[in-house]
Design a protein around this ligand. Structure first.
Ligand SMILES: [Zn+2]
Length: 363
């Protein structure tokens, strides 16, 4: 996510904080001043937020380190005002693995809450008559700080376990469903429940707490996107790259002029090109690259082609292309035969076309 600052690394995972996180502190100061707070009450609350978000980082590390046990790495953990996001390289497809990865986060908060439960006299506070309890809890003391921290961790467990896919509880639900039915069906059920709960969040958010509106959007869009992704991957299953690749591509030569490329761009529908010689791919010239250098008509293709590119084998599973595109490095890949000769190319438009054709076959 753009606008994040790195706080350091834990177990090779970048811990980042998004600038919007600062809004929470602005909000705390605002609320405190409005309620006649003092400098110490502001500091108390600000420190509390820092500690809570440390618990959120530990929660995300719970997911990440469990995922690591199953060979899934995590690029980064980003802290946003609505919580943390661990960017896992992928979600384990094995239901019991997804179950363990999803539950590991909330379990971290269960452990913290249990520790605090024994550390602070939670029960003795809760047993006080209401008026006395509120009075006691108004003090800015260390024990109250820990008591609130206990409540917050308990709250994090309850909130995260709401079965609103793709929140943790929703992932647990999908994993459990996937143990009894197939993953595609399990995902569409979990996503429908997730979107239903998101609507409730949205309504509550409008009247109770504005943060819930953002969470509602996150859940709604997340459920939609991930459901679609799972359905698509299922349609690609069992198919190879060669079945969907573009074979009718224009092969540029390194010595071709940029003027020629410009003409090709205008006269046809191809946007990205493979540069090759003697049947081997040497580079790619992306649409963006061509536009950026369209003024240099006498320059040669070899001056601008990108030589740091990935190719994909025509024998590779088609869903690998989806993974490559999702990794965000490029959207266009030359396709090679097992002996390394250029056979064609594949991009997302191509893949989408294949998905549409497949879905027409299915229904
Ligand atoms: Zn979580």
């Amino acid at each position: 996510m753009k606008g994040s600052v790195s706080l350091g690394k834990v177990s090779e995972i970048d811990i980042k904080i998004h600038w919007t996180f600062l809004l929470i502190f602005v909000w705390v100061v605002f609320i405190e001043l409005e309620q006649g707070g003092t400098l110490s009450s502001i500091l108390f609350n600000a420190a509390f937020i820092l500690v809570i978000f440390t618990c959120v980082v530990l929660h995300e590390l719970g997911h990440a380190l469990m995922a690591k046990r199953f060979g899934v790495s995590t690029k980064k953990i980003t802290l946003l005002p609505i919580g943390g996001v661990a960017s896992l390289e992928k979600i384990p497809e094995e239901p019991y693995q997804e179950f363990l990865v999803a539950i590991a986060g909330p379990l971290v908060n269960v452990v913290i809450a249990l520790l605090l439960f024994f550390l602070v006299p939670v029960q003795s506070v809760l047993q006080l008559p209401l008026v006395e309890m509120l009075e006691e809890l108004n003090e800015l003391s260390v024990s109250n700080f820990l008591f609130y921290l206990f409540l917050a961790n308990a709250g994090l467990v309850v909130f995260n376990m709401i079965p609103a896919f793709p929140m943790d509880g929703g992932r647990v639900l999908r994993a459990v469903l996937a143990m009894y039915t197939d993953r595609v069906k399990a995902t569409s059920i979990a996503a429908a429940i997730g979107q239903f709960i998101a609507m409730i969040f949205l309504l509550l958010g409008l009247f109770v707490n504005i943060f819930l509106v953002f969470i509602a959007l996150f859940v709604f869009i997340g459920a939609y996107g991930e459901n679609k992704m799972v359905q698509h991957t299922a349609l690609l299953k069992g198919h190879k790259v060669r079945e969907a690749m573009l074979t009718n591509i224009t092969r540029l030569h390194p010595e071709d002029s940029m003027q020629k490329v410009r003409d090709l761009l205008l006269s046809g529908t191809e946007k990205d090109f493979v540069v090759s010689a003697n049947g081997k791919a040497l580079g790619i010239l992306s649409h963006e690259n061509i536009l950026n250098n369209s003024g240099k008509k006498n320059a040669l293709v070899r001056d601008f082609m990108d030589t740091e590119f990935k190719t994909i084998s025509s024998q590779a599973p088609l869903k690998d292309v989806l993974r490559l595109v999702e990794s965000g490095k490029s959207h266009f890949y030359p396709v090679t035969s097992p002996d390394g000769m250029l056979e064609g190319a594949i991009d997302m438009t191509n893949l989408n076309e294949f998905i549409v054709l497949q879905s027409h076959l299915e229904f």
